[in-house]
Design a protein around this ligand. Sequence first.
Ligand code: NAP
Length: 308
Amino acid sequence: MAKSYDVIIIGAGPGGMTAALYASRANLSVLMLDRGLYGGQMNNTDAIDNYPGFSDVKGPELGEKMYNSIMRFGTEFEYGDVQSVELDGNTKIVKTDAGEYTTQALIIATGADHRHLGVPGEEEYSGKGVSYCAVCDAAFFRDEDIAVIGGGDSAIEEGIYLAQSAKSVTVIHRRDQLRAQATLQKRAFANDKMHFIWNANTESIDGDGQKVTGVTYKDKETGEEKQLATRGVFIYVGMLPQTTPFKDLGVLDDKGWIPTDEHMQTKVPGVFALGDVRAKDLRQIANAVGEGSVAGQEAYNYLQNLND
Ligand code: NAP
């Protein structure tokens, strides 16, 4: 028989962990599921310097600290790759590759993953020079000339990280202005190892059949095609919501993100969403944590009203 909990949280990133903290402190039985290690994207982040209280903490270290602090109140943490969620009245049936669980209050905190560029060579050379994780792969490109594609916070933050060990980092961006926050821009422009190619569309990632050898891009102003020789291409062109298991639940917008009200309530009563998976503009640890506290408390309120 499916095991039942007051609250099930899918995703153990900073927002999911905070929701678990608030729900378990309200004496609810809480199951937190994840298909990987707790910590979410913090595990792929080197240094975090925009989370209050920590001047320069390593991502995995912050994840560990959060996990240890929230688990003191009785949350159960289980491995589970969620395949789908079905509704039976107010009951939500969560189906994972490892079994089924039921709950009245479901909190979706599955986050977002890196979008692919969709150019020739990207899939072929994935893991052979194409990467989406600087922290994981920087060591393979020590003292090399590296390319980074994108102009947002991820591209610039990871570019700065890569520049610590690379010979040079060239950012290829499709406009003449970065989207990244001002402090990151300032650090990147002040870094001698960082170079920029503006107004350039990446056309392909080229290789010799075994590994990446360069990037072909088109200058948008002149229409000219050019090559940049490199063995490493790090792609940061935005995020995609991790919402496939919820496609039939009636909670997604037309791009696959989950809209909620200010109580983190989705269109389905008793289904809440928080953090990067929500339809919103700013995706940060700080606001994921804030939304986690709201979702945990609102799950409690929802269950109180159901039982009244
Ligand atoms: P993002 O903010 O959506 O930026 C994506 C970048 O990729 C933009 O510069 C965009 O260009 C470019 N791009 C998109 N599609 C492209 C394509 N097909 N070809 C070439 N370039 C393309 O994504 P992100 O940087 O991954 O950040 C995601 C969220 O996480 C944001 O909310 C961000 O603030 C947050 N984040 C925060 C931090 C931090 O606070 N330290 C660190 C990382 C991420 P345009 O500018 O022309 O649109």
